[in-house]
Design a protein around this ligand. Structure first.
Ligand SMILES: [Zn+2]
Length: 658
């Protein structure tokens, strides 16, 4: 149903006459917003006119009272629906035996699916559209200096209804994501079944690694191992076979067959057997997610693609700005100098998997098997980790009271996948910290993940329980919560009493951050370019998508990596599992690295509790404003690059470039 300009203009005049010209902007915008989503089923033109006349509020006090009520009820709705979501997905997310088909069905059920539709039906959405203008990212940026906390909260109410998506489409989206997540979280490789061309096995019997996180982390761990290089090569071949999808279908999540990933041969009882490759399932999931998300394009006020929504609504940083940030680091001469240091340390030419070189981070630490022992002794099971959260926080600089309060808001649980933190949306609920625990207890990897997730949980607690307005709870986007997660994760050795605090370790940390950023920025650019490709080729088949992904990954490699690694056409940047089941989430990591670095640099020598709380209660304003308030800078690659320059000079002068 189209409500024409003549009707809207006449209505604007009538309401303005009643409430005064001073309210003209809000009246005009409100009527415009309501008219965008008003359909036949909501009423005829007369109903539309009556609704707007009856519900427009000009009185500040009354508007504020309504705002308070909306805020409270949004917390109740979001909080409880989020709670349902967490609970229904437990069998899928927790390491709790096999997944039943009915678990998948419950997992696909999305408690939020009908919320929007319901709130349009009962006209609450229209009330909000009429009284709380929506501001685009540009408008928010322009207004950010003059808005106070109340005005920011009003703007966030204005963000609540910028689309009207039929629930059947939301349900479909939830379903394809659940399927993709299950595919990824069950994608394990039995490492002991891998052989090289001589038939030699290199991995222990019980080692089962999830792609790509587990595989990647094993490459990292292998730097400390005498047989490291051959293991790394082996894993690299596994990864390439996953990307190309010529991986034998029967070695995925199954210990039944022996596999030589170099020659791609499957062996049973000592004999080569025929096999079928995975039938591009990886890319099929990606496409299904794309198709489901594309269906909502036409239901949005301003942003007509998933890409635009991801950057302008979710992240609130424009795509072009993000791309520029990444390119600045990827093409920096400091990355090239850092690569030379790595080459010297490894005493060989760089190989493509050295994008995961972690020698800087490990510089002052002890080997991982030792760390495994220390962790196991401290945290024999998941409960002991949960009990210790208070002490961990105290060790990080939190006061006893605050540590007690925060730890009372965190529940630790065993993850089926790699681990995650699922926060509460209501001030009666807990943060759910999930990490992987082996049958023997927690190992270093599990602990390291737990520390990362703890950073998320502490942020989630502070930014919900201490915020002034619920509508501003949280952080501007996921990159910020990742920043806090990384701040905690990098202090893991401190918690294990294994850290060596000196100036060297800070500078190693700088080089480590630079190198990790270099890796994940390339991965993210691949993700971004693939999404742009897919919007231009919406009818693509899984096979075509695969070819495009590989082509794009090679292109990015040749542009920013081949000069350093002295080899062209490597597709490895396409291995990340998030690319398959998270729909353009990856750029949050490197943005997070930069933000983390700026925050970490700012926090050096300061008290973590005081500063983290101060930052968390800034809440969900736009990212650049948050950063200015938090660390008095914009989001920028400059501080990292500058500090890298200093670190490189420091090691050069010391003459011990490692
Ligand atoms: Zn995280």
């Amino acid at each position: 149903m189209r409500i024409n300009d003549k009707i809207k203009d006449a209505l604007t005049e009538q309401i303005t006459e009643e409430h005064g010209n001073i309210h003209r902007f809000r009246i005009q915008k409100g009527i415009e917003q309501v008219s965008c989503f008003w359909c036949e089923k909501d009423g005829n033109i007369q109903d539309f006119n009556n609704f707007c006349k009856k519900n427009f509020i000009s009185n500040d006090k009354l508007l504020f009272e309504n705002f308070k009520r909306i805020e409270k009820n949004i917390e109740i709705l979001y909080g409880n629906l989020n709670r349902l979501n967490i609970d229904l997905k437990r069998p899928l997310h927790l390491d709790s035996g096999s997944i039943l088909p009915i678990d998948m069905d419950f997992g696909k059920y999305d408690p939020f699916a009908h919320l929007e539709e319901d709130l349009y039906k009962n006209k609450i959405a229209f009330f909000i559209l009429l009284n709380f203008p929506y501001y685009t990212l540009d408008e928010k940026e322009n207004s950010s200096k003059k808005w106070d906390r109340k005005e920011w909260s009003y703007a966030r109410v204005g963000d609540l209804f910028i689309s009207r998506i039929p629930s059947i489409i939301n349900q479909k989206i939830s379903e394809v994501f659940t399927n993709a997540e299950a595919y990824i979280s069950e994608y394990n490789i039995y490492m002991n079944r891998l052989i090289d061309n001589n038939g030699t096995r290199y991995f222990p019997e019980e080692l089962k690694l999830i792609s790509h996180w587990g595989l990647r982390d094993e490459i990292k761990a292998a730097y400390q191992n005498p047989e490291g290089l051959v293991k790394q090569n082996m894993i690299y071949n596994v990864m390439n076979r996953i990307i190309y999808q010529d991986i034998p279908g029967n070695v995925i999540n199954s210990p039944e067959f022996v596999w030589n990933p170099f020659k791609n041969e499957v062996i049973k009882y000592g004999k080569k057997i025929n096999f079928s490759s995975e039938p591009d399932t990886r890319y099929d999931h990606f496409l299904k997610i794309f198709k489901a998300l594309k269906r909502v394009d036409k239901y949005y006020l301003n942003y007509s693609t998933h890409i635009k929504r991801k950057f302008n609504i979710d992240r609130e940083i424009p795509e072009i700005e993000v791309e520029k940030l990444f390119e600045k680091v990827l093409s920096s001469e400091h990355v090239r100098s850092t690569a030379k240091i790595i080459k010297k340390g490894l005493n060989r030419e760089l190989l493509p998997f050295d994008i995961w070189y972690n020698g800087f981070a490990l510089n002052n630490s002890i080997p991982e098997p030792e760390l495994d022992k220390i962790v196991l002794k401290k945290y024999p099971d998941i409960e002991s980790f949960e009990k210790n959260i208070k002490n961990i926080l105290i060790k990080l600089g939190f006061s006893k009271n605050k540590a007690e309060f925060i730890s009372s808001k965190i529940k630790v649980e065993p993850a089926r996948g790699a681990g995650h933190a699922w926060g509460p949306e209501i001030r009666t609920d807990l943060s759910h910290l999930r990490t992987r625990v082996t049958e023997k207890g927690m190992n270093y990897k599990g602990f390291n993940t737990a520390m990362h997730e703890l950073g998320h949980c502490v942020e989630q607690t502070l930014s919900l329980y201490y915020i002034d307005h619920y509508m501003l709870h949280g952080v501007p986007n996921t990159a910020f919560t990742e920043a806090f997660a990384f701040v905690f994760q990098t202090r893991d050795l401190e918690i294990l009493d294994q850290a060596n605090e000196n100036i060297d370790s800070w500078y190693y940390n700088v080089l480590s951050t630079l190198w990790s950023s270099y890796e994940i920025m390339g991965v993210s650019l691949v993700d971004m370019k693939v999404w742009n490709w897919i919007y231009k080729n919406p009818e693509a088949e899984p096979r075509e998508l695969k070819h495009a992904v590989i082509k794009i990954a090679k292109h990015i490699w040749n542009k920013y990596y081949s000069d350093i690694f002295n080899i062209k056409d490597q597709p490895i940047l396409a291995i990340y599992s998030h690319m398959i089941d998270c729909a353009l989430y990856l750029p949050d990591y490197p943005i997070g690295f930069l933000i983390k670095f700026q925050i970490e640099k700012f926090l050096r020598g300061k008290n973590l509790e005081k500063e983290m709380e101060r930052m968390c209660v800034i809440g969900k304003v736009i990212p650049q404003l948050w950063m200015k308030k938090a660390v008095a800078q914009n989001i920028s690659a400059h501080p990292l690059l500058e500090e890298t320059k200093i670190a490189l000079e420091y090691f050069r002068n010391k003459g011990h470039l490692k």
